[in-house]
Design a protein around this ligand. Structure first.
Ligand SMILES: Cc1cc2nc3c(=O)[nH]c(=O)nc-3n(C[C@H](O)[C@H](O)[C@H](O)COP(=O)(O)OP(=O)(O)OC[C@H]3O[C@@H](n4cnc5c(N)ncnc54)[C@H](O)[C@@H]3O)c2cc1C
Length: 278
């Protein structure tokens, strides 16, 4: 932990698999078999952020196949383990500053002390972390939408057509006003979700109000960023379509914010389940 906090070590989170995305827990095929004082891990993980350069991976694997999602455990894997390998670094349309990859575990032997929590308690570990991740993703969306607004404003004031700045055209002004409204609405909702995370007791995530609220803030902020960056890119005309412009980089990054930490559909499923449970 000290190394991860100081930035000397890079961490990754290995949950998603080729056959287990939105249903990451139910369809998980990676296994960890107890063998004496060790566990032996076999399987693969895909789309893992920082996977190709990680020093340590928080890995989820099935320790009891008969229990389905309730038979999953969490492990801390150091990537100098001979049973670990990076199968490939994937080529992404956005967020290219951090590498994403496919990881393979072949008879990867770890001591039982590498388990985080107790056997078959992995679901609680995933769920508590995912709520905080969604609150964080919502804030990332707000920051990126805010930057899209700044870029749209700058360009609209600077770019002239028909002898005047395009910012003087009401249809461009309408876009700017809509982007601003999305940014501020997403900001208020995200702050509310973040405030609810403060002092959250250990293990309290993954259900109830915090589960619903963080999924909703993340859903809203992801969609708000999508609308904001799409309109800001449009204000840039043809230049927004060029890969080397900042607005284009934001546009390409946008899609991930509606996929990672659970897709928009998964976020809606969580919200509806909690509403109907109450
Ligand atoms: C750049 C990037 C980085 C990532 N980093 C990580 C990481 O570090 N660690 C990690 O573990 N994972 C990571 N992921 C994986 C990410 O969490 C998954 O891609 C995501 O959960 C969706 O899974 P999937 O891609 O298999 O899509 P699928 O689950 O196959 O979904 C395909 C489509 O079907 C929809 N769908 C699925 N089920 C339902 C349903 N019940 N109802 C309605 N619609 C449904 C989805 O919403 C989606 O639109 C990353 C992904 C990307 C792209």
């Amino acid at each position: 932990m000290p190394g991860l906090c100081s930035g000397d070590l890079v961490g990754g989170l290995g949950l998603t698999e080729p056959g287990a995305g939105s249903d990451a827990l139910g369809s998980m095929a990676t296994t960890a078999r107890r063998d004496g004082d060790d566990y032996v891990i076999n399987g693969s993980k895909i789309y893992i952020t920082n996977g190709p350069i990680a020093d340590v991976i928080l890995l989820y694997a099935k320790t009891d196949k008969s229990k389905g999602a309730k038979g999953i455990s969490a492990f801390i894997i150091e990537t100098d383990n001979p049973g670990f390998k990076v199968a490939q670094k994937l080529d992404k349309m956005g967020f290219r500053g951090s590498p994403t990859g496919e990881l393979v575990f072949e008879d990867c032997r770890v001591p039982a002390s590498a388990m985080l929590g107790v056997e078959n308690s992995g679901v609680a570990v995933v769920m508590s972390g995912l709520d905080l991740e969604r609150a964080m993703v919502a804030s990332v969306c707000v920051g990126m939408a805010e930057r899209a607004l700044e870029l749209g404003l700058e360009y609209a004031k600077m770019r002239e057509q028909f002898g005047k700045p395009i910012a003087s055209f009401q249809m461009m002004q309408s876009k700017l006003a809509e982007i601003y409204t999305e940014v501020e609405t997403a900001r208020a909702f995200s702050y509310r979700a973040l405030a609810a995370c403060v002092g959250l007791p250990k293990g309290a995530g993954g259900r109830g109000e915090i589960h619903k609220l963080t999924a909703a803030a993340c859903l809203y902020a992801g969609e708000a960023f999508n609308k904001a960056v799409t309109e800001a890119c449009h204000i840039h005309g043809g230049s927004g379509y060029m890969q080397d412009t900042e607005i284009n980089r934001l546009f390409r990054a946008n899609k991930l914010l509606e996929i990672g930490a659970g897709t928009s559909e998964v976020r809606k499923i969580i919200i509806a389940e909690e509403l109907l449970r109450a």
